[in-house]
Design a protein around this ligand. Structure first.
Ligand SMILES: CC(C)(COP(=O)(O)OP(=O)(O)OC[C@H]1O[C@@H](n2cnc3c(N)ncnc32)[C@H](O)[C@@H]1OP(=O)(O)O)[C@@H](O)C(=O)NCCC(=O)NCCS
Length: 156
């Protein structure tokens, strides 16, 4: 199966994928339609959306997320706000393809994400994609005590 990544494409379908598989790990549905964020949308050859990522291409993501984490990202940092693959298509390498498209686009920038450490699929995917944990922190997030791993991908 061939896949294509399109930017800011079929956002209503991305909203449906959010509703299908946010798993209470992803909360900010509005970020999908907010033009501040860049969306990487993966479609198949029939133009069906199977997954997407929301990118916040600025370095003030720690304050924007209201993270209680003492860390200063580099000025050119970008942040994966969230990434979701439709539940029918998980574990087929789609998350990896979206991740690689993000790396290709921002190939001179440190790329960050913050993962709930109980989210095994996302932790595994990012670790296997070369992200490294740079900070761990714990806080109340959407009413739940959450352990986060702040992860970074760097081309160096
Ligand atoms: C996290 C998520 C995007 C991964 O997408 P995916 O398309 O299923 O991932 P891939 O098939 O590309 O897998 C990438 C790697 O992660 C591993 N992985 C994926 N799902 C896994 C799971 N449930 N348990 C363990 N490892 C898993 C795969 O084994 C694969 O490793 P490999 O490179 O050695 O083959 C998907 O599970 C999802 O949408 N989860 C719900 C939403 C979410 O939690 N998003 C992340 C919050 S930021």
């Amino acid at each position: 199966m061939e896949y294509i990544i399109k930017k800011n494409y079929k956002l209503d379908d991305c909203v449906k994928i959010f509703e299908n598989n946010h798993k209470n790990f992803v909360f900010d549905k509005n970020s999908i339609t907010d033009p501040t964020y860049t969306k990487f949308v993966l479609v198949d050859t029939c133009d069906k959306v199977l997954g997407y990522a929301v990118i916040y291409p600025h370095n003030d993501f720690i304050t924007r997320e209201e993270f209680e984490c003492n860390y200063t990202p580099e000025s050119n940092s970008v942040y994966i706000w969230h990434i979701i693959v439709h539940s029918d298509y998980c574990n087929r390498g789609i998350g990896k393809i979206i991740n690689n498209a993000i790396k290709n686009e921002y190939n001179t920038c440190p790329i960050y994400c913050a993962i709930d450490t109980t989210n095994v699929a996302s932790m595994n995917m990012h670790l296997k994609q070369g992200f490294k944990v740079v900070k761990e922190f714990k806080q109340l997030f959407h009413g739940v005590d959450t352990n986060f791993a702040l992860m970074k991908y760097n081309f160096e």
